[in-house]
Unconditional design. Structure first.
Length: 230
């Protein structure tokens, strides 16, 4: 069966993606930090017919990323979805070095470590999804650390797209506008619900890209508050 790893699967876009992809022909490995929430997603996806394993780990540490890598084992992956993210919404005066470092660790270093370790065994036709944001294209006040991390992941994604293309591995980058997820619970400037994407819409784009032929490259970005082609 195809094997799919989704990080940050206990909430938001990751949870919606796991639910959208779950079926009896899929082997899912779901990562999250909240074990209770992660277990609820596992039960939901198993109810949809998928075979599901979970791994709870903190991707702000190298040991946490290694725990996810170890959970994959020697079998290859057909999808690596780097969805786990961390957001700090603070002014330049308020942001700390710890804030900055954690932001970079979760949003940039963890995808780097997972891709570096897991891509060599991924077969031609497999896909790596790096969840970016409009914050990878534009700076926003009080979101400097978050924008920094997404700009960095954008540059990394562009570079490895060229490197992995010759192995037949596709890199999918998605740039959602504000999405109605838990990331806004402790963040300033929350838009109204009518201005936000439902996470299920982002999950649908991943499912769409997975269904394309192996020689088709897809890239999604924001058009108003909807998703579309760049």
């Amino acid at each position: 069966m195809p094997r799919y790893l989704i990080t940050g699967a206990s909430k938001g876009i990751g949870r919606a993606t796991a639910r959208r992809l779950a079926n009896k022909s899929i082997d899912l490995i779901l990562h999250g930090r909240d074990e209770t929430a992660l277990d609820a997603v596992r039960i939901d996806c198993e109810g949809r017919g998928a075979s599901v394993a979970t791994v709870a780990a903190d991707l702000s540490t190298v040991d946490g990323a290694q725990a996810v890598i170890d959970a994959i084992g020697s079998q290859s992956l057909d999808l690596l979805c780097n969805n786990a993210g961390y957001a700090v919404a603070k002014s330049l005066d308020e942001i700390t070095v710890d804030d900055w470092n954690r932001q970079f660790a979760v949003n940039v270093t963890a995808p780097f470590l997972l891709i570096k370790a897991l891509a060599p065994a991924m077969p031609a036709g497999s896909m790596i999804v790096n969840m970016l944001s409009v914050a990878a294209k534009n700076g926003f006040p009080n979101w400097s650390a978050y924008c920094m991390s997404k700009f960095a992941l954008e540059g990394f994604s562009q570079s490895i797209r060229h490197e992995l293309r010759e192995r037949g591995i596709k890199i999918l980058t998605i740039y959602p506008a504000a999405t109605d997820t838990e990331i806004w619970e402790t963040s300033v400037g929350r838009p109204g619900p009518e201005q936000m994407l439902p996470p299920e819409e982002v999950a649908e784009q991943i499912a769409f890209a997975l269904a394309r032929p192996n020689d088709v490259m897809v890239q999604f970005g924001p058009i108003s508050h909807l998703m579309g082609y760049l």
